[in-house]
Design a protein around this ligand. Structure first.
Ligand code: SF4
Length: 359
């Protein structure tokens, strides 16, 4: 029987930040990728029905995507265990134990492809991880795996270059997957009235159902959004240092690092942080971000999401926050106008002089 050379990738968790790499890597080895469909209400409710209520929303969504792949008839499903992404930098226990969780709650005849990445352990680095990812397809030739990883990095780097140039997530992903790199000319004369840093995990903010198309909504409100994916690793490290933090959590980069960086250079008017209800690491990180935002006098909106979050309440809070930022900025402009008027006083002196001369 011919080997099944397809792999199902759930649209959840690391998919949002890492998919360009996986696309380049698996495609280079002749493995066809089948993605689960974008998140819907059904994805959420089906996933949520498998675990206890307190489980965070991203995990419920992830499980819903596994079910979606099973409904599509996919047999090989990629569920990596991302333990540690750098020495002594760990992911949360749910991300680390993802394959075990899936195996325990989903009883179906599937082949879970579960490579482990653990850069804090011996011999569990990237190449070990990649080799484990393709072993079930009978691919063991290390030189081929290495070459495919280069293709993965190429696609991934193109994606990052476009993100960092200011292109939006969907377009950057689209061009990167089509093997293109395209840099949009930014209109330097056009500045957005309001600039906001959106602080969240990629799997929250880029899942259009989980965060209710927040990017489109903010764009319609004339708000320019900055995220962690627009920053380099060095900038994120500087952001963490500026918050007086030491890295421990893998996702500290995209939360603390991004918040610290955007607060540091004062280019934003406010911060919106979106967190999953029941997320332990987020509650610690948001606490730190809240204190720093206060120190920097930057308004902060914290939105907590779960599968019950209604769009109406979400939008109302978002609109009220943006409205407040607009009012704050407007009053700053008015304050500046009064300073300008004050500077105008010398003209009066000229008149006074004229009067004196005449007199
Ligand atoms: S970091 Fe938080 S949101 Fe992400 S999987 Fe862990 S508990 Fe869930």
């Amino acid at each position: 029987m011919e080997k099944d050379m397809t792999i199902g990738i759930p649209r959840g968790m690391s998919f949002y930040n890492n998919y360009p790499f996986w696309y380049g890597f698996f495609s280079a080895l002749g493995i066809k990728i089948i993605l689960s469909d974008p998140t819907t209400k059904q994805t959420m409710s089906e996933g949520a029905s498998l675990v206890v209520t307190e489980t965070c929303l991203p995990i419920k969504i992830y499980l819903g995507h596994i079910l979606n792949l099973i409904h599509k008839g996919v047999k090989n499903i990629f569920v990596p265990s991302l333990q540690s992404i750098a020495p002594k930098i760990y992911n949360c226990s749910k991300i680390r134990g993802l394959p075990d969780l899936v195996r325990n709650v989903i009883k179906a005849d599937i082949n879970i492809i579960e490579p482990t990445l653990d850069k804090s352990a011996k011999n569990q680095g990237l190449y070990h991880f990649l080799t484990e990812s393709v072993k079930p397809f009978g691919i063991t030739d290390f030189s081929k795996i290495k070459k495919a990883s280069k293709q993965g990095w190429r696609v991934y780097n193109n994606f990052l270059v476009m993100m960092r140039s200011g292109m939006d997530y969907k377009k950057s992903m689209h061009y990167a997957l089509s093997g293109k790199i395209f840099i949009e000319e930014q209109d330097k004369t056009k500045s957005s009235p309001i600039n906001v840093a959106l602080i969240s995990h990629g799997y929250n903010m880029y899942d259009e159902r989980a965060t209710m198309k927040i990017f489109d909504k903010l764009e319609k409100m004339d708000v320019k959004v900055y995220t962690a994916l627009q920053l380099t690793d060095e900038q994120l490290d500087e952001g963490i240092a500026s918050m007086g933090q030491k890295k421990y959590w893998a996702n500290e980069h995209e939360m603390i690092g991004a918040a610290g960086n955007y607060l540091k250079d004062n280019k934003i008017d406010g911060i919106i942080s979106i967190n999953a209800f029941g997320c332990g690491p987020d509650s610690l990180m948001v606490d730190r971000i809240t204190r720093k935002a206060k120190e920097c006098s930057k308004p902060l909106l914290v939105l907590t999401i779960d599968e019950q979050t209604g769009e109406a309440g979400f939008i109302t809070r978002l609109e009220a926050f943006i409205d407040m930022l607009f009012r704050k900025k407007r009053s700053k402009i008015i304050d500046n106008i009064s300073v300008a008027e004050y500077d105008y006083v010398p003209q009066t002196n000229i008149c006074d002089n004229l009067i004196t001369e005449k007199g």
